[in-house]
Structure formats: C-alpha cells, structure tokens
Design a protein around this ligand. Structure first.
Ligand SMILES: Cc1cc2nc3c(=O)[nH]c(=O)nc-3n(C[C@H](O)[C@H](O)[C@H](O)COP(=O)(O)O)c2cc1C
Length: 193
C-alpha cells in the first residue's frame, strides 16, 4: 500500500557526504520508485534558535524555517529519522529541532486533570543511527539509552507505533558492509516502513 513518508535527516553537517546521506538518498529513491510519496527534511540546512522556556514551548511562535518541516511531518504517515550517535545520544542540533516540532498542539494536547491526548496516533517510525562503537556494546552496556529515550519520551508518548530501528556500528565496517546497509534502506523503503 502506498504511503506518505517523511525522511528526516538529522546529521548536523550540511555538507551531505556522510553514510547517512547515502542511506537517506537510497531510502527516498526506492520509496518513490515503489509508489510511495516522499518529503525530505534536512535539519542541518534549517536556521532556528534553541527553545529556552516552557512558555516558548507552549505558546511561542514556531521559527519560520520549521513551519514547512512540521507540515511535512504532519502530512506523513511514516517517519524515517536518521542521525549519528554523538555522546551516546542524538546530536544537539537534531534534539533542538525535535523540541520545537514536538510542541503541544502537534504531538500532544494537554488537558486539565487528564493524561495528554495523543495527536499522532496511527503513524509509524523508523530510527536509523550510525555510531563508532559496535552496536552490541551500545545495546548491552549502554542500554541504547539515546535511542530508547527518543522512542519512549517523544515517539511512543505521542502515540507513534510501531517504531523500528536500525543501528550500525562503523568500526570494522568495510565498503561491502556499508553497501549492505544501504541495501537495508532500500528494502525498508520498498515495504514503506
Ligand atoms: C561529537 C561526536 C560524538 C560522538 N560520540 C559517539 C559516541 O558516543 N558513541 C559512538 O559510538 N560514536 C560516537 N561518535 C561517532 C559517530 O557516531 C560516527 O562518526 C557517526 O555515526 C558516523 O557519521 P560521520 O559520517 O559523521 O562520521 C561521535 C562523533 C562525534 C563527532
């Protein structure tokens, strides 16, 4: 079934020559050729200040550069996030972007004396993360805390499910392995998940 997909590239470097860029391109290309609709968001190319107060979070205007990305995310039924692991979690620029996007009124509607209403239910997500360390180490020793935090405190909390993940450890990864990972993206894209 054809899906509306938003690909959100969270690598902070706008130069665009990273493995994650090749993965996002491969995903987008195969998704389109498989009949899905795709919109792309390059966080590194957006200009926005960091959120600083709860008041801004709740009632401040969304920075102009983020209006289209938020519309694209709302439009999509499936989100694909890609980011490199920095100090165990997502890079600050990507977190800063998400803090703006996941405001009341987008992800949740806060209610008096009731659990917040989830506004994004029905959507699914895939999280693609590259890291220096072996992924087993990140999962077993670190509990994949940066990815778990993102999944549980932002995505699942807002009603996104299922959330799938692809973690890739770059140490010892030769060209053949990288090509296989790019192929992974194509397979996911063809399925639209
Ligand atoms: C500031 C910074 C922090 C990083 N922290 C980690 C880390 O905590 N764990 C890890 O496995 N790799 C870490 N890395 C390695 C990156 O995850 C790895 O280089 C990236 O996934 C590959 O993307 P690249 O094309 O930018 O090199 C870090 C890299 C940078 C630049």
């Amino acid at each position: 079934m054809a899906k509306r997909i938003a690909i959100i590239q969270g690598h902070p470097d706008p130069a665009g020559h990273h493995l994650l860029n090749a993965m996002a391109d491969a995903y987008a290309e195969t998704a389109v050729s498989s009949g899905h609709q795709v919109r792309r968001i390059e966080v590194a190319k957006l200009e926005f200040p960091l959120l600083r107060t709860q008041q801004d979070f709740e009632t401040g205007a969304l920075p102009a550069d983020l209006v289209q990305p938020r519309d694209d995310m709302r439009w999509a039924e499936h989100w694909v996030f890609l980011f490199p692991l920095w100090h165990g979690t997502m890079p600050a620029l990507f977190k800063g972007f998400l803090e703006h996007i996941f405001r009341p009124g987008f992800a949740m509607e806060y209610r008096e004396k009731a659990f917040p209403q989830r506004l994004l239910a029905g959507r699914s997500a895939r999280i693609v993360v590259t890291m220096g360390m072996p992924t087993l180490l990140y999962r077993w020793y670190f509990g994949a805390f940066g990815v778990r935090g993102f999944e549980r405190s932002m995505l699942a909390f807002a009603g996104i499910k299922p959330i799938r993940e692809n973690l890739y450890g770059l140490t010892f990864a030769d060209e053949k392995k990288r090509a296989r990972w790019i192929e992974d993206m194509r397979k996911c894209a063809a399925r639209g998940n």
